[in-house]
Design a protein around this ligand. Structure first.
Ligand code: MP5
Length: 214
């Protein structure tokens, strides 16, 4: 499969990707005007997301056909686990409870991850994982370009914009591109677009505080 696959995925998803990067949540975060309440809602919901992200990775590791892929995914699982500590330390410092229910959007997104890993193809799962990681790399890189390593957000900005993270996201994309066949393309594209939509919806959900009606 030519390495243009990744470019094609990003080109096809460009409108939703652009809307995601320009979402008011990220815009306000990057210019320092985001309310603490909104940020704390993201902390609580993203903590839930990362917890399920580890379960998603565990399923992928079990399904990965070779040692190279298994080890790369295992490194990611360790990184995700360390991320949980960032959330926990922040929550502790700010007296914020992390024992919250996932909102409909958070639950929808994580259910999509787990369903793809359990019943989708390995390639679809890699497309979802690459999409989610690339989305956070692009979103937080935009924040870093405008805000630098602002103290409140420094650990998260560093986490998702570090050279190691960038290298890992590229490696993941290469794994996807190298393993995909022409027949895989339609399902990969669908999985990637759904991921991009959920990434947009996640920022929108935390910005608006949208949760269960009752
Ligand atoms: C990621 C995340 C990045 N934390 N939250 C959402 C909604 N999308 C993507 O994944 P990870 O596991 O934190 O690197």
């Amino acid at each position: 499969m030519p390495s243009t696959l990744l470019d094609e995925l990003l080109a096809e998803a460009r409108p939703i990707w652009q809307a995601m990067i320009e979402h008011p949540f990220l815009h306000e975060l990057a210019n320092g005007t985001l309310s603490r309440e909104r940020f704390h809602f993201w902390v609580q919901q993203d903590y839930r997301f990362v917890q399920d992200g580890i379960r998603f990775l565990a399923l992928l590791i079990a399904r990965a056909p070779d040692e190279d892929l298994r080890r790369g995914l295992l490194d990611a699982a360790v990184a995700f686990r360390n991320e949980l500590t960032i959330f926990e330390e922040y929550a502790h410092q700010h007296g914020l409870s992390l024992a919250v229910e996932p909102t409909p959007v958070c639950l929808g997104y994580t259910s999509f991850l787990l369903a793809t890993a359990a019943t989708g193809s390995l390639l679809e799962s890699l497309a979802v994982l690459w999409g989610a990681e690339k989305a956070y790399y692009d979103a937080w890189s935009m924040v870093r370009a405008r805000l630098g390593l602002a103290p409140t957000y420094a650990r998260w900005i560093e986490n998702w914009t570090s050279p190691q993270f960038a290298t890992w996201v590229d490696w993941l994309g290469e794994q996807l591109a190298a393993r995909a066949t022409t027949q895989d393309r339609p399902s990969i594209r669908a999985a990637f677009v759904t991921t991009a939509r959920y990434e947009y919806l996640f920022w929108d959900m935390v910005y608006t505080g949208t949760t269960w009606p009752i």
